[in-house]
Design a protein around this ligand. Structure first.
Ligand SMILES: C[S@@+](CC[C@H](N)C(=O)[O-])C[C@H]1O[C@@H](n2cnc3c(N)ncnc32)[C@H](O)[C@@H]1O
Length: 293
């Protein structure tokens, strides 16, 4: 899966499997149940793969760099897209789950590479080598000025795209309503949660300042599906996470916030175990990188 002295990576790689960065991530604990808890359906991954393949064909290269690749819930489909695929993630356990999906893959050694590395430090990827820099549900977790710098550095000089994949929910969905209330409870505790939408806006503004632009304007919805969600299930999932709203929290604080949220949920929804069907959408924001700007 990893190769020695790959021309695309800027450091010699060990010859077998992703190796530990020595850094622990809050995703380490989620690795074995991530797909069941937070996976997107295969149709979303397949539609994304088609788009990435089409975009790569518009560039001078064929390398797709998937930053925060995780368990390969999306990336394992991109491996089949006729491109060179590099999946980078700080969490070795997440990548190990990814690797199990590729063990029988025929093109594995020649076309796919998984690298355990912290994307908030210099990416171990050669400058100018990459056609697509892809972030599926991961860019909001990273240091954005560094994302901009490194994306511009690795982008192929003859054209490249930065693509953000994200799940969009109705603001009226149970989870969105709970998240909104969570932000308010956190603020009562003096904690400012990270808001993904604002982070995306900040990233777009920074990229625009470097001559990059969204192509075509606005996100493309590539898949829509329905999930059944209940307030109780959302709260249960958050109890199992380290931190909330992208912010690390001390365990007693997290417990207090979720207790308060649960009381609110009882008052707001009545039966917190009642399942509600809600549509979810996977959408791509495609940014054309102008490396010469
Ligand atoms: C929500 S998961 C998304 C995984 C996958 N892209 C998907 O859509 O299924 C976010 C991933 O980003 C990774 N991640 C978070 N911070 C990172 C960092 N500093 N460097 C590299 N990966 C990071 C996590 O380990 C996790 O696997």
């Amino acid at each position: 899966m990893t190769k020695q002295c790959d021309p695309l990576v800027s450091m010699p790689e060990p010859s077998r499997g992703p190796q530990s960065t020595g850094r622990h991530s809050r995703f380490d604990q989620q690795a074995t149940h991530f797909d069941a808890r937070a996976g997107v359906p295969p149709e979303a991954a397949q539609a994304t793969t088609r788009t990435l393949r089409q975009l790569a064909a518009l560039t001078g290269g064929n390398v797709v760099l998937d930053v925060g690749a995780g368990t390969g819930n999306v990336g394992s489909f991109v491996v089949d897209a006729g491109v060179r695929y590099i999946g980078l993630d700080v969490s070795l356990p997440m990548l190990q789950v990814f690797a199990t999906k590729l063990t029988t893959h025929p093109a594995l050694d020649s076309t796919a590479l998984l690298i355990a590395a912290d994307a908030d430090t210099d990416w171990p990827i050669r400058s100018g080598s990459t056609a697509i820099i892809f972030f599926s549900r991961s860019v909001h977790l990273l240091h954005l000025p560094h994302v901009v710098r490194e994306s511009l550095r690795v982008a192929h000089p003859d054209g490249a795209f930065l693509v953000i994949g994200r799940v969009r929910r109705s603001p009226e969905s149970i989870r969105a309503l709970l998240r909104k209330e969570m932000q308010s409870v956190l603020s009562h505790h003096g904690i400012i949660g990270r808001k993904k939408e604002e982070l995306h806006e900040t990233l777009m503004t920074a990229l625009a300042a470097h001559g990059c632009h969204v192509q075509p304007p606005g996100p493309r919805t590539v898949a829509t599906w329905t999930v059944e969600e209940s307030p109780a299930a959302c709260l249960e999932a958050w109890r199992g996470k380290e931190g909330l709203a992208g912010t690390p929290l001390l365990a007693p604080v997290q417990h207090a916030v979720l207790e308060e949220l649960e009381r609110w949920a009882h008052a707001r929804f009545g039966d917190v175990h009642q399942l509600h069907p809600v549509p979810e959408h996977y959408e791509l924001v495609v940014v054309e990188i102008n490396r010469r700007a």
